[in-house]
Design a binder for this molecule. Structure first.
Ligand code: AMP
Ligand code: MG
Length: 496
């Protein structure tokens, strides 16, 4: 890296990963970008990280966010990880196009990683160029920030730059770098990398580090590594239930894209479902529908079983006994997931109390939505209008009315058993059922304007509404509407 010429913003780095986990990474510098331009800076997140956003919105900030200059105290490194991709194991993946600059402690006392994505080749790049196209950088920025606003644990976007260079994909595309912030970048695949090499000692060091950083209660348990697996299981079950409750499809739930912290990571081919159909798949490479909307809870269990396998030597010297103990935890995943899902869905349909038959009631609505090709987001949003006395917008979402009409009667009877005032109930529903999600056609329009015409205004308009997804803004109704139904299904592509 060159000597800094512009004044550089200050980061109070405290780099525990590089200090404590020798052997889990390779030190590496970013490539330089020819003519970087800061396209987007997340001022609120900068403040949360204890950074001065005015100092970031400068030539010095642009140099840092493009990878041209490493700020003082940074210890850039590429992390090692492996992973099961679409079910097949790759023993060596790693940060092939990302660099951890370092960690800062945010204003809440939380340790956060600051990482560049798209900053050039690393020893893990294999055949890749280590770069990112600008479109996927902006997509990750937008959808990650929408997820955060929706209350979903997620990595965040601090900045997006265009590099002024072209990256070669199927066609030449403008390049970009995303500055990503995460609770950490440790993945299920991080454990798999060392387990696959028979290096149980490094698996143990990684587990100790992850316990201290993310799941501190596990340290006091009788068996800390088992408690660790349980804690990751809880965090991931809660996460996937959140995804399901907002119609989010991650699209590439490979074990290298599953965090130990429980944050959503790696927004590649992800997208939100419009009409409810459990077999919805958007990713062009997910030809068998492994990561379809309705499969996500099962894949959660499959992925955590892969984490459990890496912990076998840490659990019991008797391998069979260790497997038995770990399997007991893995077998609880459907029940844990279901508890989060049912709780979330109860709130979405306005229930304040629990009854045995609620699962059936929720299932009944989903069946009616499937039969009636109803829009997932708007159905839940319009349920609150029905609580307020107007069921017409809700019915308007259904192509077929008999099922939803029957359901509405059962639902109303169930609501009547609760002692709740209609307005208060509807208001509570509006605080969890969004009106704005990043609709696929709007995302595409915003990215096309930014990438093809260097016009960031559609991106910024969309970012503004999805950053306040529960507040209806007059004049912005268009952002609430699903795109026209087309004969060709919507397709997404991996963020490379
Ligand atoms: P992903 O599918 O984006 O989660 O990435 C899977 C693996 O491919 C990771 O090890 C990435 O670092 C690597 N990778 C993806 N794109 C590139 C690229 N353009 N250059 C080098 N490595 C890449
Ligand atoms: Mg990944």
């Amino acid at each position: 890296m060159n000597n800094p010429s512009p004044a550089l913003p200050k980061f109070a780095f405290d780099n525990s990963f590089s200090r404590d986990l020798e052997g889990c990474f390779v030190e590496c510098n970013a490539a330089s970008a020819k003519a970087p331009k800061l396209l987007q800076l997340n001022h609120a997140l900068a403040e949360e990280l204890g950074l001065e956003s005015a100092a970031l919105n400068t030539d010095g900030g642009t140099s840092v966010f493009s990878g041209n200059v490493a700020p003082d105290g940074a210890a850039p490194l590429a992390q090692a990880y492996a992973g099961h991709q679409f079910g097949g194991f790759s023993p060596q993946l790693g940060d092939g196009r990302a660099l951890l600059l370092g960690e800062v402690i945010d204003v809440h006392g939380q340790r956060r990683d600051i990482q560049l994505k798209g900053s050039g080749r690393t020893p893990f790049s294999r055949g890749g160029d280590g770069k990112s196209a600008l479109g996927p950088v902006l997509r990750e920025y937008l959808i990650g920030e929408a997820m955060h606003a929706l209350g979903v644990p997620t990595t965040r976007a601090l900045a997006a730059v265009s590099t002024g260079e072209t990256v070669l994909r199927e066609t030449p595309l403008p390049g970009g770098v995303l500055t990503r912030v995460a609770a950490s970048h440790i993945r299920v695949g991080s454990f798999q990398f060392f387990a696959a090499r028979g290096d149980a000692e490094t698996v143990r060091r990684l587990a100790d580090y992850a316990i201290a950083r993310h799941h501190t209660d596990a340290a006091d348990a009788k068996n800390p590594y088992l408690a660790f697996l349980e804690a990751v299981t809880e965090a991931q079950a809660a996460l996937v239930a959140k995804w399901m409750s907002i119609g989010f499809i991650h699209g590439v739930m490979n074990t290298d894209n599953i965090t130990i912290s429980g944050e959503t990571i790696d927004y590649g081919p992800c997208a939100f479902m419009d009409s409810y159909a459990p077999d919805t798949v958007f990713s062009s490479i997910d030809t068998r529908g492994r990561y379809a909307y309705g499969n996500q809870p099962d894949i959660l269990g499959w992925n955590l079983a892969r984490l459990a396998e890496t912990l076998i030597p840490l659990i019991d010297p008797d391998k069979d006994r260790a497997i038995e103990i770990l399997t007991d935890v893995i077998s609880t995943i459907p029940v844990r997931y279901d508890a989060y899902w049912t709780a979330a869905m109860r709130r979405k349909i306005g229930l304040n109390t629990e009854q045995e038959a609620d699962g059936e009631l929720i299932g009944g609505l989903l069946t009616a939505m499937h039969q009636g090709s109803a829009d997932f987001t708007l159905v839940f949003r319009y349920l609150a209008k029905a609580v307020r006395g107007d069921a017409i917008p809700l019915r308007g979402q259904f192509a077929e009315l008999s099922a939803i009409n029957a359901w509405l009667e059962i639902w109303r009877a169930r609501l009547a058993e609760e002692n709740a005032e209609a307005d208060a109930r509807a208001d509570a529903m509006d605080r969890i059922n969004p009106i704005y999600i990043p609709r696929n056609h709007h995302v595409e329009e915003a990215l096309a304007a930014a990438v093809e015409h260097e016009d960031m205004s559609p991106f910024e308009a969309l970012l503004a509404v999805v950053s306040q997804p529960f507040d209806e803004i007059s004049g912005q109704e268009n952002f609430a509407e699903p795109g026209a139904k087309t004969t060709l299904p919507y397709q997404t592509f991996c963020g490379t």
